[in-house]
Design a protein around this ligand. Sequence first.
Ligand code: MF3
Ligand code: CO
Ligand code: CO
Length: 268
Amino acid sequence: MDDTRGRLTRDGIRIYEDADFAGMHKAGRLAAQILDDIIPMIEPGRTTEEIDAEITRMVEAAGAVSATIGYKGYQHASCISVNHVVCHGIPAAKVLKDGDILNVDVTVIVDGWYGDTSRMYVAGNLSRKAERLIQVTHDALMKGIEAAKPGNTFGDIGNAIQAYVEANRMSVVRDFCGHGLGRVFHAPPNVLHYGRAGTGPVLEEGMFFTIEPMVNLGRPETKVLADDWTAVTRDKSLSAQFEHSVGITADGADIFTLSPAGKFHPTY
Ligand code: MF3
Ligand code: CO
Ligand code: CO
């Protein structure tokens, strides 16, 4: 689209201007608000397509546009990934049952700016092992965000996430990554959730991107189902994901998708 603001680095990463942060905050806040507002719907007996229909309605009511409807043929306002689904779960007539864990991922466009965030929910009672997976995945994202500051590299972000996840004897998915965004949905760089400290492009003030680690209780390998979207763990182990959109400032990462209600983590 019309991503012509600021300038590009040697690695093709756009550097936005101070005034652009306000647009990203508005878009990010709406995406996060929608993830807050669906909390009461996440219950056993609900279908994932009912949740998606409500998200579609909320995006429209806000006067915003869904970034995912029509994106590469995708037809829904959210991805809803249940249990061993790693990401890109398609909302369907599938009924949630007690103990299911799910990621809901929403991307909205407000005044041309993209806000992309996802978080975990539980239907009914959370099992001990799912609780641990969700906690480690959430904390891994936060470790990645702590490493996101000028002078550090993208490898420092990936390394912080991978080291934390593996210290907890879980695995980081390699097959999907975070991404630059701004006035486009997916832009350079690929934000890997694993890697070596000190490698990759150096972070600079004005970069906008997502960090969205997917963590599996078992092996890291995934496969995409015949619908061409749904990614699942090959070993059928449980998977979790959290995603924030951030902008780099002089001091670190400015999180665009903070939960207005303070309910990003599901054990609120
Ligand atoms: N929101 C996802 C991401 O974090 C992308 C979803 S694309 C879709 O990048 F088409 F599957 F919705
Ligand atoms: Co994303
Ligand atoms: Co997303």
